[in-house]
Design a protein around this ligand. Structure first.
Ligand SMILES: Nc1nc2c(c(=O)[nH]1)N[C@H]1C(S)=C(S)[C@@H](COP(=O)(O)O)O[C@H]1N2
Ligand SMILES: [Mo]
Length: 233
């Protein structure tokens, strides 16, 4: 059942090789033709998954709890120069990409007020603003073989999600919190935010999104120490 990952896949994921980036015709800025692809469907299997997704009810802006979101970082806040920042999208996609912050901010902005729940015993109602991960994947065009989405962060954190949760309409790559630019401690320039997963699934400082056809032996920073993988809410 479980197939060991290929060397190439592992190298891509662990970031020891940039060969995949060099081989792909990716550009650091989105041309108008790339933007046009945002209106193309995802692949057929993924498109079918979309039909099964119900939005989670959101809270009014008045319910935001600005002091309740605690900074929770396993190690140290990484240093990222926002002008040099690139989000890499690769793996089982037809169009590997590198997106700058300007590229991301040129895409449709979605805002939502949801509850963030940390298994350490706290929760906070937060407003997140950003681009739907679904839109980014639409640009990258997942191959039919894509089933999982790995997120790599600048502090060494890593996570993996099932594809259905990744393309949920309320799964965002956020760059705003409570109507302001995201603070560095909260994951700037870009973090995951979604009302369907526990706090530890919501990677901060995401630099790489890699689609895979299987779950690898390393599933997530906390999962590899015993936390449950799906982490659903
Ligand atoms: N890169 C990275 N992302 C991370 C973490 C981390 O240590 N590193 N901690 C996770 C946990 S356990 C929680 S509860 C939330 C906390 O987000 P916050 O610090 O913005 O409140 O981030 C999640 N994402
Ligand atoms: Mo957490």
């Amino acid at each position: 059942m479980f197939k060991p990952i290929s060397r190439r896949q592992w190298l891509q994921w662990s970031g020891f090789s940039s060969a995949s980036l060099l081989l792909s015709s990716c550009d650091s800025s989105l041309g108008s033709s790339e933007i046009g692809k945002a209106f193309e469907p995802l692949n057929q299997a993924t498109q079918t998954l979309l039909l099964s997704q119900k939005p989670v009810p959101e809270f009014p802006v008045s319910a935001i709890e600005p002091d309740k979101l605690l900074i929770n970082t396993f190690d140290q806040t990484p240093q990222i120069d926002p002008t040099r920042y690139r989000l890499h999208i690769e793996g089982e996609v037809n169009h590997p990409m590198q997106l700058s912050l300007a590229d991301l901010q040129a895409l449709p902005l979605t805002s939502m007020v949801i509850q963030h729940v940390c298994v350490e015993g706290w929760a906070a109602i937060v407003q997140w603003g950003g681009v739907r991960l679904r839109e980014l994947l639409r640009l990258a065009q997942p191959k039919p073989s894509a089933r999982y989405v790995y997120f790599k962060s600048a502090d060494g954190y890593y996570e993996s999600w099932d594809l259905a949760s990744a393309i949920h309409p309320q799964t965002l790559m956020a760059y705003q919190k409570n109507g302001q630019p995201l603070s560095v401690d909260n994951g700037a320039p870009l973090r995951l935010a979604s009302p369907i997963k526990l706090g530890y699934k919501q990677s901060k400082w995401v630099t790489q999104i890699m689609l895979t056809n299987q779950l690898m032996p390393t599933k997530g920073y906390w999962e590899d120490q015993g936390y449950e993988w799906f982490g659903g809410l």
